[in-house]
Design a protein around this ligand. Structure first.
Ligand code: ADP
Length: 757
């Protein structure tokens, strides 16, 4: 049995030996593989002592296996901190029986290394943990990459947060996956309220807008787009860039409200400016720094003759050849940024005419201050130039006139004075001073000094006149006497006019003085003569009246007795005596007519003025015709008149006037029976009456003459005294009218007179 038993045992031992050999081979292979692994590997027992280390581990710690087995990391040279964490990790595996993993930083010769340690328990067949395997992995690289990634992410997030534009990311389910700080400000929601929530649920107002269209397209077609979006309710404008991302879309939202507003303002400012430029009555032109026209307003079109279309982007067309150099110098100055103000230039219009202009220029600068153009404003000064030259001419003429005036006043012995009312300064030219009895030279004095020279008889009056003129009048005229020295008194006439300042105050009086002593003397003489004349006239009138009256009496006696004698002694007297008697009677009766006419004339001349009244000319003419009844009948005269108007006058005198004219028309008839026409013509405020006849007419050389007293064109053969027309003239003059004759010998005469209506 024992043999059998031995056999069995032997077999088992062999078996075991084979298994062991296999196991050893396996173990060897395993150990070999493990030893070849790049990761450091070790096994420790429950007390933390190394039981196995591979080559990589040994290299890592810089020790040999022999020196390590049976030692703990603490006494194998592992830094204390690392060894403690190692021990704690082993403790954790032993306590929990589960795998454990941690990352720790080890100081190495080439700087720190981040090592990940994975610990796993190894159990004995009893189930008890007999040792722990530790596999280390150098994760320095991965860790750095991860840190960098984290840092990058944080940086990106910080960048996105610090941006002023909003940035948001949505996932494929339209959920917010990222928003930066500006989104919080824009939406007035916290980041945490947004992340994870559906975009359209948060902003339902955006459904149906281009935001939805563009976002969905980006999501669907995976394409980027950029669009403008105006959110009218808030008065905001945005520019949105949407881009597909790995899982959804990102949107970059730029608030362009300000920009849109600025653009609009810029546009409006531009519009206003162009309107202003075009409405300007002054030509405005802008040039590029190269001298090409960019602005040519309508006033420029009008002034220079070229249209904007003709000159745009071309050099200035109006520089005359000879002004090219001057213009180049001006442009150089402009480009230095100095510009001109009111610089006077002469330019040529399209039609070739010259125009004098004043130009002001200014540089147009960009934001950096560089000159981008030159703007010029022109003003037509042709008119100003003309006025200036006229003014110069005017001044010259005034000086000439002043000189002429000075000469004239000096030679006419008229002095000029100017009185400054504010400072009581009386300026006298040399002549004025001399006339007023001051020394013979130009001088300045006062009113009081002038009054001292005025004769005592006139002084108070003159003082009063001056005072009154200064307070109440604009004009000064006075005549007074001055004491010219050595007892001589001279008469002075002074005249002057006030000059006002802008507020209507009299600041100056200026005028002339002249010596009127001689005139005064003549005037006095004339007055004396007039008085004399009036007296002698009155005497004469008295005489004429008395004479004519008193002469009539003896004349009547003479006539009566001469007629008596001629009747009684007709048969006793011889023929010659009778003829002489006839002469006496004739002469007496002519004398009577003469006296009658003279009386009538004297009455008209010196009679009392009678008030004028409305007189109807019809009865006037009828009356005159009646008075001439006999003569009309004898001559067979025909007198025509109809519907005469009324005039202002004296009826009795008008009857006499008409009667005289009719009598003459009959008396100075031709061989034909007289045909007389009275016609009237009414004019403004007056009536013209014409008395025409078909008589012998009057030679034009006598037309004036016949209106004189005793002026006649006929001898005794035609009876008359030559007073008739003189009387007519006097009557008409008294009525404020005029009388004249139009006639040619042999063609009748027309006497016309005009009377007020
Ligand atoms: P007389 O008494 O001579 O008529 P008047 O003064 O009436 O004096 O006239 C002056 C002169 O004018 C007359 O002598 C006459 O020569 C002339 N004369 C007046 N009326 C007429 C007339 N109608 N036609 C022609 N001559 C006239």
């Amino acid at each position: 049995m024992s043999h059998l038993a031995d056999l069995d045992l032997r077999a088992r031992v062999d078996q075991l030996e084979r298994e062991l050999a296999h196991a050893r081979a396996e173990d060897r292979d395993f150990a070999h593989i493990v030893s070849q692994l790049a990761d450091p590997i070790c096994q420790v027992d429950r007390e933390g002592r190394f039981v196995y280390t591979n080559a990589s581990f040994e290299r890592w710690l810089g020790c040999s296996r022999l020196s390590l087995v049976g030692r703990t990391p603490f006494d194998a040279g592992v830094p204390k901190g690392n060894a403690e964490r190692w021990a704690a990790a082993i403790g954790a595996v032993l306590d929990t029986g589960a795998d454990y993993s941690y990352v720790d930083e080890f100081a190495g010769p080439n700087g720190p290394h981040i090592m990940q340690s994975r610990l796993s328990p190894h159990r004995a067949p009893s189930g008890e943990i007999d040792f722990v395997s530790v596999v280390l992995r150098d994760v320095t690289e991965q860790s750095r990459a991860a840190t960098e990634l984290e840092t990058a992410r944080n940086q990106l997030s910080a960048i996105l947060d610090s941006m002023t534009e909003s940035f948001l990311a949505l996932d494929s389910e339209w959920r917010f996956s990222f928003v930066n700080r500006p989104v919080e400000e824009l939406t007035r929601r916290k980041r945490d309220d947004l992340i994870g929530r559906n975009f359209w649920e948060v902003f339902p107002v955006l459904l149906g807008t281009e935001v939805q269209t563009e976002f969905e397209r980006a999501m669907r077609e995976r394409t980027a787009s950029r669009f403008k979006f105006e959110y009218a309710p808030a008065g905001m404008a945005f520019e949105i860039h949407v881009q597909p991302s790995q899982d959804g879309i990102t949107a970059y939202v730029i608030d362009s409200t300000e920009q849109v507003r600025a653009e609009r303002e810029l546009f409006e400012a531009h519009q206003t400016l162009s309107a202003l430029i075009n409405a300007s009555p002054l030509p405005i032109i802008a040039l590029t720094p190269e001298g090409l026209i960019t602005v040519w307003n309508s006033a420029a079109e009008r002034y220079f003759g070229w249209t904007a279309a003709e000159v745009m982007n071309k050099p200035l067309p109006f520089i005359p050849e000879e002004k090219k150099e001057e213009h180049a110098a001006m442009r150089a100055r402009d480009l230095e940024g100095h510009g001109f103000t009111g610089h006077e230039i002469r330019r040529k219009r399209k039609d070739g005419s010259d125009v004098d202009m004043s130009v002001s220029t200014a540089p147009i600068r960009d934001a950096s201050g560089a000159i981008r153009g030159i703007v010029s404003v022109y003003q037509d000064i042709t008119e100003r130039k003309r006025v200036e030259s006229e003014l110069r001419e005017g001044e010259r003429r005034i000086r000439e006139r002043e000189e002429a005036m000075r000469l004239a006043t000096e030679s006419a012995r008229v002095g000029v004075w100017i009185y400054d009312t504010v400072h009581d300064r009386l300026r006298l030219t040399g002549t004025a001073a001399k006339i007023l009895g001051f020394p013979d030279r130009e001088m300045v004095t006062g009113v009081r000094q002038l009054l001292d020279r005025v004769n005592e008889a006139d002084r108070a009056r003159v003082r009063q006149e001056i005072k009154e003129t200064l307070t109440r009048r604009d004009e000064y005229t006075s005549e007074y006497r001055i004491n010219a020295g050595s007892g001589e008194v001279r008469w002075i006439a002074a005249r002057g006019l006030a000059e006002m300042d802008a507020s209507g105050h009299k600041v100056r009086f200026s005028g002339v003085v002249s010596d009127i002593t001689d005139r005064k003397r003549v005037e006095e003489e004339l007055a004396h003569q007039a008085a004399e004349l009036a007296r002698s006239n009155a005497d004469l009138q008295q005489f004429a009246f008395v004479a004519s009256h008193d002469l009539q009496e003896p004349l009547r006696t003479m006539t009566a007795y001469a007629q008596l004698l001629s009747r009684r002694a007709e048969d006793k007297l011889d023929e010659a005596s009778l003829e002489y008697l006839g002469f006496i009677i004739d002469g007496a009766s002519r004398m009577q007519r003469l006296i009658n006419d003279l009386l009538a004339f004297s009455r008209i001349l010196h009679g009392h003025e009678r008030a004028l009244e409305q007189v109807d000319l019809d009865p006037v003419v009828a009356w005159a015709i009646m008075n001439l009844n006999t003569a009309i009948k004898e001559s067979g005269a025909v007198i025509e008149y109809e519907n005469l108007p009324t005039v202002k006058g004296n009826q009795q005198e008008l009857v006499q006037l008409v009667q005289n004219l009719l009598a003459n028309a009959i008396k100075y008839r031709s061989s034909e029976p007289p045909h007389i026409r009275i016609t009237t013509e009414e004019r403004e405020g007056e009536v013209c009456v014409s008395v025409s006849d078909n008589g012998i007419g009057i030679d034009p050389q006598y037309h004036e003459h016949i209106f004189g007293v005793f002026k006649r064109l006929h001898g005794k053969d035609v009876p008359g005294t030559g007073i008739g027309l003189a009387l007519c003239k006097r009557i008409i003059e008294k009525h404020g009218g005029r009388i004249w004759v139009e006639s040619q010998p042999g063609h009748g005469a027309t006497f016309r007179f005009v009377l007020p209506h």
